[in-house]
Design a protein around this ligand. Sequence first.
Ligand code: HSE
Length: 300
Amino acid sequence: DSIHVFAPATVANVVCGFDVLGFAVNEPGDEVVMRITDKPGITISKITGDDGRLPLNPAKNTVSVSVEHYLRSIDRLDIGLDIELHKKMPIGSGLGSSSASTVAGLFAIKTLLGDDTDPSTLLPFAMKGEEMACGHGHADNVAPALLGGFVLIRSYEPLDVVRLPHPANLWCAIVFPDVDVPTREARQIIRKNIQMKDAVTQWGNIAGLVSGLFMQDIDLIGRSMKDVLVEPVRSMLIPDFYEMRQMAMELGAVSFGISGSGPSVFAFTRDEETAKRITAKLQKHLTSIKIGSNGYVSTI
Ligand code: HSE
């Protein structure tokens, strides 16, 4: 028995919704091939696309560790599994790279075992993988990677995840500037305390964004995607963040911001052409300042 599963990249936070909002894109994403074997225990026989950066040791890899948590919960640690992980997106990019791998692994084992419970039952195991990857078990990458589309984490304790609608004609341009911004560190630099006036601005924007998604009002979505809490600090880790924002907005972006903890940035647009133009312009700019990049264009 074997299965091949794809799970998508995700954009967490969606600018104003730190740790509570995220959405999945069509591409890029990671793939897991999982086989049931005769010998009890989990092995990782192959990882491709990671430049040797990820551990083959199953005790240290987020995919196998979260799969093991799942197997323990259903009392099936007797099973033998072999995992192949094919990374199809940059690691440490702010695109939910570890989440995509973990979700693909969990979905693979759930399907192989014929577990027909709702996929959201996998979320706590996927969050364990996030905790291992960056020291904090946030769900704003794993939930959209698992459920697709836009997702709101209404509460962490107890976990309450809500799928949100979105306008059909919303496009997303993503650019990954090839600089190192580990999520663990990008979380350490953000402020622990905030002012009431900033909180008011932020929750107005989150409510505006969610309303815009329901009302299919792209203008409302655009003017709500502002972040006074996290972006002012994290933008310092991203080369020419404000210059890139200006370029994207001049080319007709609806909004622009950091994807997850960065360094990737993303823009919403109303059509594919605008998204392509923004990706090309930002990548050209990064090349001019001697920074490599990847660019993606996706619907949501
Ligand atoms: N919400 C998380 C953060 C996402 O911003 O740290 C990490 O991709």
